[in-house]
Design a binder for this molecule. Structure first.
Ligand code: ACO
Length: 326
């Protein structure tokens, strides 16, 4: 089995900012409520025409440049998204077209907020098996396209963005361990019930607003804390590491209170936790991707550092991985 490492990271955030003060004018909420309950101050909203593949394109160009690879050197493109450009073709195929990545195979991966972690581990396994050498993975979301701006319990939480990483084979790991889990019995806690094959788009779906995110926030909060702790502990144990060995913990950026509770229970020092939920809100699969990229840009990741990615989302799905930075 070959080792795999990340050789380039990129991100793209739409320029339009939607602040808590802006939301006060749209729904019955307050900056104070949003800040204390979630830690979010603002989020980015894509312009018309800025689809998931366009956001992914900009993030990918930056990641490829930093990796020193040209698009034609890519063997595989995986886009993690729950807001694809279209039901099909895949957003990864659209991204291939934008990049002119003529030699790549492409597919999308649906694991909600855990999508980027799932894509990273999937890419690692393709490299480990020897099937592919150079893989582009992207978490890209236009969550505003499935957000109900009449529902104050959800619209304050989400934002748009994309993060990308290029992986290749390596002499030394790289990726050390991972853990995935799912519980489809809890699918109704967080979903977009309408607009799929179960309830195809219809006037009723539009009237019920069921083509937007529906969430049982309270239940989700408790489960997210429990499972994010569990998966991080399993990945660290598989790697033969302890929480004190972690150099940087990069959790899914859904809610600062979830991150605080998880980090406290894991016993990770607050200086070792990456946070940007205040600036972008929850960008689903793009959250851990953008966070990893920003941590690297800020010089928070050095050679031989132990990085833990930990995410949780609708499905329910959760997952984590441990990376030794090479
Ligand atoms: N502004 C003001 N008041 C609000 C708002 C708002 N935006 N939203 C809800 N409220 C009200 C409620 O109506 C309720 O009022 P009531 O007591 O009069 O009934 C009160 O605030 C408390 O509501 P709760 O839902 O109990 O608030 P809670 O402290 O649980 O916070 C929150 C809600 C922020 C959604 C929290 O539960 C949470 O973060 N849950 C996890 C969400 C999450 O992580 N989702 C994404 C998962 S990842 C993915 O796959 C996309």
């Amino acid at each position: 089995m070959r080792a795999a490492k990340i050789i380039g990271l990129g991100k793209y955030l739409p320029s339009r900012r939607l602040t808590n003060k802006d939301l006060e004018k749209i729904v019955d909420t307050s900056d104070e409520w949003i800040t204390t309950r979630t830690g979010i101050k603002e989020r980015r909203i894509a312009k018309e025409g800025e689809s998931a593949s366009m956001l992914a394109y900009k993030a990918s160009q930056e990641a490829l440049k930093r990796a020193g690879l040209t698009p034609d050197e890519l063997d595989l493109i995986i886009v993690a998204t729950i807001t694809p450009d279209m039901n099909f073709p895949s957003t990864a195929c659209f991204l291939q077209k934008h990049l002119k990545a003529v030699n790549a195979s492409c597919f999308d991966l649906s694991a909600a907020c855990a999508g980027f972690v799932y894509a990273a581990v999937t890419a690692w396994q393709y490299i480990a098996s020897g099937l592919y050498d150079n893989i582009l993975i992207v978490g890209s979301e236009v969550i505003s396209s499935i957000t109900d701006f009449k529902d104050r319990s959800t619209c304050v939480l989400f934002g748009d963005g994309a993060g990308a990483a290029v992986l290749t084979y390596s002499k030394t790991p790289g990726f050390i361990s991972s853990d995935f889990g799912s519980d489809g019995f809890l699918s109704d806690i967080l979903s977009v019930p309408g607009g799929g094959s179960q309830q195809p788009i219809s006037q009723k779906v539009l009237d019920d607003r069921s083509h937007y995110i529906k969430m049982k926030g309270n239940e989700l909060f408790r489960i997210a804390v429990r499972l994010m702790i569990q998966t991080a502990e399993i990945s660290l144990k598989k790697a033969g590491l302890k929480t004190e060995d972690v150099s940087l913990f990069i959790p899914h950026q859904a809610n600062k209170r979830i991150i605080d509770a998880v980090s406290k229970r894991l016993g990770i020092d607050s200086q070792k936790i990456f946070l940007n939920v205040d600036q972008y809100g929850n960008m689903s699969s793009a959250s851990t991707a953008v966070a990893l990229c920003e941590a690297w840009e800020k010089g928070m990741i050095k050679k031989d550092d132990i990085i833990v990615l930990d995410a949780f989302g609708g499905g329910l799905v959760w997952g984590s991985c441990v990376i030794k930075w090479t």
